[in-house]
Design a protein around this ligand. Structure first.
Ligand SMILES: [Zn+2]
Ligand SMILES: [Zn+2]
Length: 352
């Protein structure tokens, strides 16, 4: 492979411009403490201009999470990036919204497409994606920290337990989300996965608990999106923003749960004949295809073809050779805090 560079960011963050607690500068400070390279704020139905840029070593970009506030029940949160203005007036028409974002040179993801609400409060109702016949979006958010936490709050006791031991409640993307992703891929679509915090920094009041359960900095150490680029960041907004958005569009990314151990250094490559591919790429076969997977620590590595496990090992390296075409992606699990945790979820390599 050519030389590549990798960076870590969080793509789903709210500030006090919508229902988060922190201002942009505070979000960036938390991202810096957590070791992120970039952070993209996605406030609800508000596109905030003139705050993109480097704050010390962290690049702050602005996206938007758009939904139709009048829809009952609530559904269809769309994460939109790289647009040039407010698109939330289009929220009632998800396809029109996706198309408008694309026309502006932007791209979008279906946020927390499967959700399991908590009966504890109407504000914890599920907000899934409902309009599955839309097309033209870049991908789906397969793993959302706060969405998974919400699913664990099945009753007051469970809420209290997981509020004190949140690491026990974070296990991986929902199976329904992964199945839906595989189904979309099986239809021949190119659908990338992202993951994020959905950080709000909110204070929760539940019985004796009244505190900020999930500070931004904590969440930025958890579920992140890692990108691979062919050129390094140079510390300039326009250049580095382009590298991030190009990597996201190309699917040169993986979702990592960095709390058990950093997922930086993960690689997923394929080669066939003289051609090479990394996650997100298409690869036209010339005979057999050789897949190579490298993880930064020993773990349970699985290579999936069209949603089914094709090869599996416990270790830091998996090599597999096959002549079959199809959609290949990687899932990696680790044992952490008394259980198996999702650790790395790669974007697919499309072998044709
Ligand atoms: Zn949302
Ligand atoms: Zn959100």
């Amino acid at each position: 492979m050519n030389n590549t560079y990798e960076y870590t960011g969080n793509l789903h963050v709210h500030t006090s411009y919508s229902d988060g607690q922190a201002l942009h500068t505070e979000v960036v400070q938390a991202a810096a403490k957590a070791g992120l390279d970039f952070v993209i704020v996605t406030d609800h139905n508000v596109w905030v201009d003139k705050c993109e840029g480097y704050y010390d070593y962290v690049l702050l970009l602005v996206g938007e999470e758009i939904h139709d506030v009048r829809r009952r029940p609530q559904a269809n949160h769309l994460l939109v990036y790289n647009t040039e203005g407010e698109l939330s007036p289009l929220a009632s028409d998800p396809q029109g919204l996706i198309d408008a974002a694309n026309q502006q040179g932007g791209f979008s993801y279906l946020a927390h497409p499967y959700e399991y609400g908590s009966p504890l409060s109407p504000s914890l109702a599920p907000i899934p994606w409902a309009d599955w016949d839309v097309t033209g979006y870049a991908g789906i958010e397969i793993w959302n920290y706060m969405s998974e936490f919400k699913a664990r709050m099945r009753n007051k006791l469970a809420a209290l337990f997981y509020a004190h031991f949140p690491t026990l409640g974070i296990r991986g993307p929902f199976q329904a989300t992964l199945r839906q992703w595989d189904q979309l891929l099986a239809q021949g679509r190119r659908v990338s996965a992202i993951g994020g915090a959905d950080a709000h920094g909110n204070t929760y009041s539940m019985g004796p608990i009244h505190r900020q359960l999930f500070p931004y900095e904590y969440l930025f150490r958890c579920i992140n999106t890692h990108i691979v680029t062919e050129r390094p960041f140079i510390g300039r907004l326009e250049n580095d923003k382009q590298l991030i958005y190009d990597a996201l569009r190309a699917g040169h990314t993986w979702v990592g749960y960095d709390l058990p151990a950093s997922t930086a250094g993960f690689r997923f490559h394929a080669r066939s004949g003289s051609k090479q591919a990394l996650m997100g790429d298409e690869l036209a076969r010339a005979g057999a295809t050789i897949f190579e997977i490298q993880t930064p620590a020993s773990a349970d590595i699985r290579l999936l073809l069209n949603g089914q496990i094709m090869a599996r090992t416990r270790g830091e390296y998996l090599k597999f050779t096959t002549a079959e075409p199809g959609v290949y992606r990687v899932e990696v699990y680790r044992n952490y805090r008394l259980g198996r945790r999702g650790w790395i979820f790669s974007n697919p390599i499309y072998v044709t």
